[in-house]
Every structure is written in C-alpha cells, then in structure tokens.
Design a protein around this ligand. Structure first.
Ligand code: NAD
Length: 500
C-alpha cells in the first residue's frame, strides 16, 4: 500500500513524497526545536521518500529527560511481568502492521520486499518475543558467602540507554537493542541512521499503541555528528549501545568517557571462511553465496574472505561463478512484483564508488575479476552486479579492509596453518567459518581463529539464544542471549547481617 501510494506520487510531475515525519519524544510526534528537516531517499530510484525532522542536541536533551522520567516513573515502577506483557502486545501490533513496516523498510533501505518479509521482520518478532519472555526472569542469586548473614545479588536496570544504529538492517538491529534494554526495565533514546529513519518512528508509534508508556522509547532521527554525538556525550545517559563502523565506535568511546557510560560496540567484520579438501563443496558454495550477497553484501557478518584448499579450488570457483551469475540486482520500487528478487541496490553512490575502488585495487594488484562489477550504466539507482575476484594479493584492500557490498575475494591455500594465519591477518574478528568433517581441524579452527563466533559447515547466521559479537576491531560486548541482558543491568551485591 505504501509503495503503491509512493509510486503514484512519483509518477506525477514535481516533487512527490510520503510527507513529513516528526520526532517521537515523550509519546508525542514533535518537530525539531531547530525546525529543520532532512530528506530520506529511495536508493533504487534516488527519489525523495519523505522529509524527516532533524534532531540535534536540544531534541536529544528533551528525549533524554523524557526517558529519565519514564525510568523513574511508569516503566521503572512497573512489575516486571507487566513489562513483559506490554512487550508481547507490541510484538502483536508489529505482526498486525507488518505489511506497512515491510514496505517502508524496503523503500527506505532498498532491500527487496521479499527479503524483509522472509528474514528481517520474522527476526524482529523473534527477538522481541524472546526478550519479552525474559522480562520477569532477570534474577539475582543467593550466594552463600557467610553463615551469619544473607548474601545475595540483584540485577538492576542501568537506566537511560542511548541506542545508535546503522542503515543496513534498521528494523532488525534496532530491535537487537530495544528488546533486551526494555525487558530489563531501561528506557531508550533511539537514533536511527540518517539514511533509514522511517521504520524506527513507526515502531515507536506501535510501542505507544501497545500501551508502553510515553518516554520509554523515544526516537530522534538526525545526523551522527549532531544528534548521535549529543546522545553519546549526554551526562544523563547511562549506557550507549552502538552498531556501526569502527571509526565512529572510537568516537563513541571518547564521548562516553565523560560520565563513564557503559558501552556496547558492534562494529564491522571481514569474516574468513576456510574450505578444506574434504568439504562438501556444493553446500559450501551455496552457503558462501548467501553469506556474501545477502542484503547486497551490506552486512557486518558474512563470508568476506574465502580460502579454499588447492585440491577443490577449481571446482569451488566454477560453481561459485555459475551461481553468482544468476543474481540480478533489481529496482526497489518494483520489488513487490518480483518475489524472487534477491538483491537490491547499494545504499549510497559513495558506498558503490568505494566498492569499485576496492575491486580495482584487488585486480590491479594481481587478482582476476571473474564476474560482475557492472553498474547498469547511468540509470537511476546505485546498483552493482555481484563480483568475484580470484586470488587478490593478501595485502590488497579487498583482503585488508571491510568490504561492505556484494564483492567476494577467493584465495587458494595448501597448508592449514597458513590458512589460519591468513584468516587472522585482519584487524577484524566478528565471525568465521570452516568447512570440513575432520574433527581435529574443526576444533583447531574454533580455538585458533580470532573471532567472536565460529560456524562449522554452516552459514554465518545469528540466533537470539546465542551471544553475538566480535573481538579485535569488531567491538566488544554481546547482543542476543542472556549475555545481552547483562549488558543492560548492574549487578549489586547485598550482605544482610544481624540475622544470627
Ligand atoms: P556509521 O558508523 O557511519 O553510522 C552508524 C550510526 O552511527 C548512524 O546512526 C550514524 O548517524 C551514527 N554516527 C555517525 N557518527 C557518529 C558520531 N560521531 N557520534 C554518534 N553517532 C554517530 O556506520 P554505517 O555506515 O551506518 O554502517 C556500516 C558499518 O556498520 C559497517 O562498518 C558495518 O560492518 C557495521 N555494522 C556492524 C554490525 C555488527 O553487529 N557488528 C551490524 C551492522 C553493521
């Protein structure tokens, strides 16, 4: 419906948008104090979708004050079980409104409707219901430290959380932060990426409609250097949870130092995949393709550098190239009519230019471009045909930097120790995988590859129950699982004497 409305408007001459979107602060949709708006674009057509109120420090102040009131008031005073019920009702409303959310996310992010409907939206619901179920199970422990005293711990919510998210999975990554924070009894000021602010506002409205009190979830779209920095530096924010680039992660650490905020950082990745001589090559190729080209390769987690044993290298590469050739990037606006469309555009022109430069660097340094790299000429939309580069130098940008798009370098190895060393030769440490049935190699990879997560004969994929997060420049702190809950609480020890 939203896409239909938008298409009708864009078919007409002149500027045509879905309208103006305001901030969400203390349960009300309000303009920015500055009165400013910014445009949000459809990356498939480069047309403006909507004008969005642009938050800056003054709006962040108001949002943090509202979050503090809600933390000390309605939300903080609510029985944990009742918080859980409200989160469940929110999930129900998200389910009922999923068509609108899917279409809005698709327009704003360029992702195919079919992908959001099949993957992102169900993942959002799973995460929310998983943590809604946890709300009344966040216990302390009685720990027998003394015989003459009662000694126990309590888990107390940290307070006001600033959540800053990127544009690649706006709904999903937003929920990774909102659900555990709210389940613990924290309140949140959410700053969506300036490129994809629309669904966060809609989610905030649905939270209110579910009965979650005003001020518990505030949404302040705006730019990183203004709204984002104001949130990070705010003296009344107790924790910042951030997903984005390592460069901004470092700025966040500096900003958080003022009042020693707790910080969770989910940064980039350059996940290695090791395909051994005994691997099921067919299964590995299929998994690598999904792992690399999912979301047009714009994912932190994925199969970003593949090392294939010399004995199976040729077969792996020929299957890979044949299957990658079936991918065809497609226009966001018509994605509703193409249920099989698997790849949308790159999110910005700058992002696509950078990918092309990384490919060029890999090829000029000795790699061979096996397929892809076309951009569809001068038509609208920042499309990129999926790329495979064979054996670029290990020192090339393709191997040293995070490659945030549908570009896959494939390398050859003969010695397993060497493969592990090359896998670790990166600043990043998010995920990794190995394809083999040799138990010794499986355990060696799980222990020796420097990453927060390792998959064996499996695609890189996260689960709500399992902690998710990286090491090295991929950040620290965990999302998902009970570990995420612990990042939104302080554990207090209590010793009650005088009982004997
Ligand atoms: P980015 O770091 O540029 O921006 C992320 C968010 O931070 C945006 O909301 C932005 O407005 C905000 N921001 C920018 N500067 C800021 C500042 N000075 N202070 C506070 N906030 C600021 O990242 P991006 O380009 O939006 O996303 C791509 C990056 O995110 C990639 O590196 C990718 O790997 C990473 N990522 C990581 C994960 C993960 O879970 N590890 C998941 C998705 C994306």
């Amino acid at each position: 419906m939203i896409i239909d409305t938008y298409l009708k408007k864009t078919a007409a001459p002149g500027p045509a948008t879905l309208g103006r979107e305001l901030l969400l602060i203390d349960g009300r949709r309000v303009p920015a104090v500055s009165g400013k708006f910014f445009d949000t674009l459809d990356p498939s057509t480069e047309r403006v979708i909507a004008q969005v109120a642009e938050a800056d420090a003054a709006d962040v102040d108001a949002a943090v004050a509202a979050a503090r009131r809600a933390f000390e008031g309605a939300w903080g005073q609510m029985r944990a079980a009742d918080r859980g019920h409200l989160l469940m009702r929110w999930a129900e409303l998200i389910r009922q409104n999923q068509d609108a959310l899917v279409e809005l996310e698709s327009l704003d992010s360029g992702k195919p409707v079919s992908a959001i409907r099949r993957q992102d939206l169900p993942a959002v619901l799973d995460t929310l219901t998983y943590y809604a179920g946890w709300a009344d199970k966040i216990n302390g422990q009685v720990i027998p430290a003394r015989l003459d005293a009662l000694t126990y711990t309590v888990r107390e919510p940290i307070g006001v959380v600033g959540a800053i998210v990127p544009w690649n999975f706006p709904l999903m990554i937003g929920m990774w932060k909102l659900a555990p924070a709210l389940a613990c009894g924290c309140t949140v000021v959410l700053k969506p990426a300036e490129l994809t602010p629309l669904t966060a506002l809609k989610m905030g409205e649905l939270a209110l409609a579910a009965g979650i009190p005003p001020g518990v979830l505030n949404v302040v779209p705006g730019y990183g250097k203004t709204a984002g920095a104001a949130l990070v530096n705010h003296p009344d924010v107790d924790k910042v949870t951030f997903t984005g680039s390592p460069a901004v992660g470092r700025e966040i650490l500096r900003g958080a130092a003022g009042n020693l905020k707790r910080v969770t950082l989910e940064l980039g990745g350059s996940d290695p995949v090791i395909v051994c001589a005994d691997a099921d090559v067919d299964a590995a190729v299929k998994a690598v393709i999904i792992g690399r080209y999912w979301n047009a390769g714009q994912a932190c987690l994925g199969c970003k550098r593949v090392f294939v044993h010399d004995s199976v290298y040729d077969g792996f590469v020929s299957q890979l190239v044949e299957r990658v050739g079936r991918y065809e990037p497609g226009d966001g606006a018509v994605k509703a009519e193409k249920p099989k469309l698997r790849m949308g555009p790159i999110h910005t022109r700058q992002g696509r230019d950078e990918l092309l430069e990384q490919v060029e660097d890999g090829v000029s340094g000795g790699g061979e471009l096996l397929i892809g790299g076309g951009t569809g000429g001068n038509g609208k939309g920042w499309f990129l045909e999926p790329v495979v580069v064979a054996e670029p130098a290990d020192t090339s940008r393709l191997m040293r930097e995070e490659v945030f798009g549908p570009v896959l370098p494939v390398s050859r190895f003969t010695d397993f120790d060497d493969a592990i060393a090359r896998a670790n030769d990166t600043p990043y440490g998010l995920g990794s995988s190995i394809w083999t049935h040799d138990a010794r190699l499986i355990h060696r990879a799980a222990q020796e590859i420097e990453s927060g997560m390792t998959w064996v004969n499996q695609i890189h994929y996260g689960y709500d129950e399992l902690p998710f997060g990286g090491v090295k420049a991929s950040g620290y702190g965990k999302e998902h699982g009970i570990e995420a809950l612990d990042s939104y609480v302080e554990i207090k020890s209590v010793v009650v004497g005088g009982l004997a």
